[in-house]
Design a protein around this ligand. Sequence first.
Ligand code: PEP
Length: 250
Amino acid sequence: MRTPVIAGNWKMFKTVEESREYFRTFQPLGQKEGVETVLCVPYPSLPELVEAARETDIGIGAQNMHWEEEGAFTGEVSPTMLKGLHVSHVIVGHSERRTHFAETDESVRLKTRSALDHGLTPIVCVGETLEEREKERTRDVVRNQVVQALKGLSSEEATQTILAYEPVWAIGTGKASTAEDAGEVIGFIRQTVEEQFDSRAAERVRILYGGSVKPANVDSFLDIPDIDGGLVGGASLDPETFGQLVSAAS
Ligand code: PEP
């Protein structure tokens, strides 16, 4: 019932030329029946890739944005600018932004609200640090991040977001969560959405797992009914590898 999503997060990798090369290989691999494929790429590559993906089903997303439409915010990019480029998705609240760029629950909420207001699909990231996990605070942390990010949305708007559970200790470390643990937390996130909104929103919202997903482990995550796909960093950088992940979800 929920269309699976495989979203790549290139982080700060690939020049425009490298992006163009990548897409040439990836295009036939990235379009699979019944899967929503998204590539979230650095700002400079957005125009090129939106153009290259125009006749395809592949969504092109940004990795961050400001919530205001314009203003004196040196170095920032607005939702209007992304929309003007025909970007479809935007990652919000990635843990690297929370850690290195002081992203807060409040800025994540403002960005989520603004993305929806501008017709962009926010991919809202939540997840606990290793320390929080060891203190058995995973559920509290994740519930708080979800509730804060979605605060003030209608139930219908909540279903238009994509949530990504990304335990911080699993990102870029090669140490993925077990599928069982990820499924348990994602089930809990779904329950949180039900409490915050209603059962319809909980049934409809897509919730992804992210953290060292690769071809060798992707099936284990996709086998869990509550997990609707993956947000993929490292393994999205190679078009063939990322294509395998898209195939696994189809
Ligand atoms: C990410 O950047 O969101 C991510 C999950 O990275 P990786 O797949 O490399 O762990």
